[in-house]
Design a protein around this ligand. Sequence first.
Ligand SMILES: *[C@@H]1O[C@H](CO)[C@@H](O)[C@H](O)[C@H]1NC(C)=O
Length: 242
Amino acid sequence: MKITAAAAVLMSFAPSLGFALVGNDWSFAKAPVDGLKDITFPFNMAKAPHKSGFYFAQQFNFHGIKDVGYTGLQPREDQNGKSIVHAAFSSFQAGATTKHRNCHTGADGGPGVSCAVDIKGNYRHTYNITVENIRGTTWRGTLIDTVSKKPTVIGEWTLPQGAGKIVNGQVGFVEYYTWNGQPSHTCDSLPYTQAVFNHPTTKTKGARGGKVTKVYEYGDCVGKAGYVVKKRSTGYDIKVGF
Ligand SMILES: *[C@@H]1O[C@H](CO)[C@@H](O)[C@H](O)[C@H]1NC(C)=O
């Protein structure tokens, strides 16, 4: 699911925006006015069951263009006894292009580019996802196991002319995408999951103080989704489901 800037503003008033369950705001206390040339979002899924269905994501948008990008992790079923970590990196921008083998045109049935990779992973490890400008209006998403330090490129896409750097401040979400497009569900049938959204960082000169500033429940299961959030020094530990 994508949360548009307008929707993000309306979020606290809207009764429902699909099956995103928890939102978060992130921003840097200080950042250059023209934006960030890179950003790193660390996630930890140590307590998440190894089952498909949830998406732990952070969004970002760019100066000079309209539509957002997002990146994040999804748990997967084990394969041959090995844990699988799925990482996604997408743009909803019309006119975005890609030649990367992990990517294809289109995002959630609309314009844009979607990239994804599955790796054999270790859920106890924190994974960083770095979004960085590599040239012109081309951006790369890289998954980094912070324990082994091993990087895996998720994908690369090129935004249309006029796209600038990353705007300081956006939102993220926990979504149960299994329910997307389903006419009905009961909130108490939401499976349990848990993930830590750590504070973002950047190497951009003049930027500092990256934080997940706020975490909140939203959508149509507010108060009924088993939501528990705990603030940690590194970010927020978010639990939903039963
Ligand atoms: C992961 O991100 C954190 C926070 O940005 C950073 O301190 C750490 O060095 C990164 N780890 C790796 C292996 O890149």
